[in-house]
Design a binder for this molecule. Structure first.
Ligand code: NAP
Ligand code: MG
Length: 479
């Protein structure tokens, strides 16, 4: 099996869609078109909803918890068996370094294992209501849910939407981003190999502009789970209001990284570069605004630039590559307009800002200092390997600026003072904080944003709750 699937995955089969425009995928590392993938039409969507609803009512929602868990464990095992194949497809599709792609496919398998295990722990409560009798809650699946995913972490995000939804008893229609459909389609192969009943997971590559509004017109789709831009997230929420579809939205970020003078500077400066450059900065959790306490500012910036210089940028297929190309020429152009705005304003571009290789959508990791808080680069999500660093002297003033953003996804604080770590962690208006670390994603823990960074949570048991309705049942005492 060398060729990758390039048709839509409908009711358990890969099928061809006549009369739609296929998408030609460009390998970001060499700028060559290499595979065409078909797009779902509105008719495909109707068949997908019909098939998913049938499977939901006839099979999936009434499968015993034991059998549903066994099915998800089979999916995880097949993902592990196919780890390299999926990782290579991802890497060629979006330019992700192969070592990261391998890790992310492994993460996808762990997500399925976690939710397979969670099924037997997931239930309601009995409640001592004032009138006596038996009052208890149950969590019921919603029905058919849609998952719309982005191109930056296509495989793990697909898994962390699909797995909890299936675990809770729903059937899912997955729409990957138009430019990154391959790993999602490979999940279709996995579903076949794991002998999951047909219609439980439908995979429809195709245009968000076409399918998105159609998802919201479909009364049989009960929830839209989305990861992507804040702009599209708002549009989905508006559209979903017509049918009161449930939404969970994981959107953009402009996260702070706060370094106090008492921090382990070598560690902070050594680890901080990849907290913004990983995945070529195309990461909603990127810590792209660094606040450094004034006495150690120069030393931190010097160390940070030195660590940046050591990063290996290049061919994503090489095992030691840390940063590959950007996903597309458009995405690189967009990031370059930010860098140009900093140049035009006379800001200090300390390293990077250029294209390091002639071929491929590469952009060098870029450090900007001497910024002003009104700068585009400081305020807006760049979604590229660009970081701004600024000194601070007053904690209260610094924290005001930390929260002076519509976003609130992640954030880090570096200090050896426990009280300060607690105070700052509580003070940052974000959903995911790390202390003396930059890790944001743990399969077992909730992941999501405050404010314009989103609504609802992926991962952890919270995500599974988000794919259910909570029902209360009351039975009076019989005297
Ligand atoms: P996007 O438009 O939000 O795309 C994300 C997903 O939404 C894709 O599957 C897309 O499909 C789909 N979509 C687009 N329009 C839709 C609509 N009207 N209704 C329903 N779904 C729709 O993101 P983008 O344009 O690829 O990237 C733009 C910016 O968004 C980036 O520069 C970055 O700032 C941000 N972003 C954030 C994340 C994140 O992880 N939070 C991820 C990606 C991008 P198509 O591919 O067919 O358009
Ligand atoms: Mg878009």
């Amino acid at each position: 099996m060398n060729a990758y699937p390039n048709q839509v995955f409908l009711n358990g089969q890969f099928v061809s869609v006549p009369d739609t425009q296929p998408t030609s995928l460009i390998n970001p590392a060499d700028e060559q078109a290499w595979i065409e993938v078909q797009s779902a039409s509105l008719a495909t969507l109707s068949s997908a909803v019909e098939g998913a609803e049938k499977s939901f009512h006839q099979i999936w929602k009434s499968l015993t918890p034991g059998k549903r868990a066994a099915a998800l464990y089979r999916v995880a095992a097949e993902i592990r068996k196919n780890q390299r194949r999926i990782a290579e497809a991802e890497s060629k599709n979006i330019g992700k370094p192969i070592s990261d792609a391998m890790d992310e496919v492994g993460l996808g398998a762990r997500v399925f294992e976690y939710y397979a295990g969670a099924i037997s722990q997931f239930g309601g409560q009995t409640l001592p209501v004032a009138s006596g009798g038996l009052d208890y809650t149950v969590r019921e699946p919603l029905g058919v849910v849609a998952a719309i995913t982005p191109w930056n972490f296509p495989f793990p995000i697909a898994c962390w939407k699909v797995a909890p939804a299936l675990a809770a008893g729903n059937c899912v229609i997955l729409k990957p981003a138009t430019i990154s459909p391959l790993s999602a389609l490979l999940l279709g192969e996995i579903i076949q190999q794991a002998e999951i009943p047909e219609g439980v997971l439908q995979i429809l590559p195709g245009s968000g502009g076409l399918l998105g509004p159609a998802f919201s017109k479909e009364s049989r789709i009960r929830k839209i789970s989305f990861t992507g831009s804040t702009e599209v997230g708002k549009e989905i929420m508006r559209m979903a209001s017509d049918q009161l579809q449930r939404v969970s939205l994981e959107l953009g970020g402009k996260s702070p990284n706060i370094v106090f003078a008492d921090a382990d500077l070598d560690k902070a400066a050594g680890q901080s570069p990849m907290s913004v450059y990983a995945n070529t900065g195309q990461d909603c959790c990127a810590r792209s605004r660094i606040f450094v306490e004034a006495p150690v500012y120069d030393e931190f910036v010097a160390k940070f630039i030195e660590s940046t210089r050591q990063i290996k940028v290049g061919d994503p297929m090489k095992p030691d590559t840390q940063i590959g190309p950007m996903v597309s020429s458009d995405q690189r152009d967009s990031v370059e307009t930010f860098i140009q705005s900093a140049r035009d304003a006379g800001r200090n571009i300390r390293i990077g800002g250029d294209r390091p290789l002639n071929k491929g959508f590469y952009l060098s990791p870029t450090v900007i200092t001497d910024i002003e808080f009104g700068d585009r680069c400081w305020k807006e999500e760049i979604f590229g390997p660009v970081v701004c660093v600024t000194p601070f002297t007053n904690e209260v003033e610094m924290m005001k600026e930390v929260n002076n953003t519509p976003y609130g996804l992640s954030g880090s604080v570096w200090t050896r003072d426990l009280h300060r770590a607690l105070r700052i962690s509580r003070g940052i208006e974000s959903g995911v904080i790390s202390v003396n670390s930059h890790s944001s994603v743990h399969v077992e823990a909730p992941f999501g944003g405050f404010k314009a960074s989103g609504i609802g949570r992926d991962l952890g048991i919270n995500a599974m709750e988000g794919y259910t309705e909570l029902k209360n049942i009351y039975i009076p005492d019989l005297q």
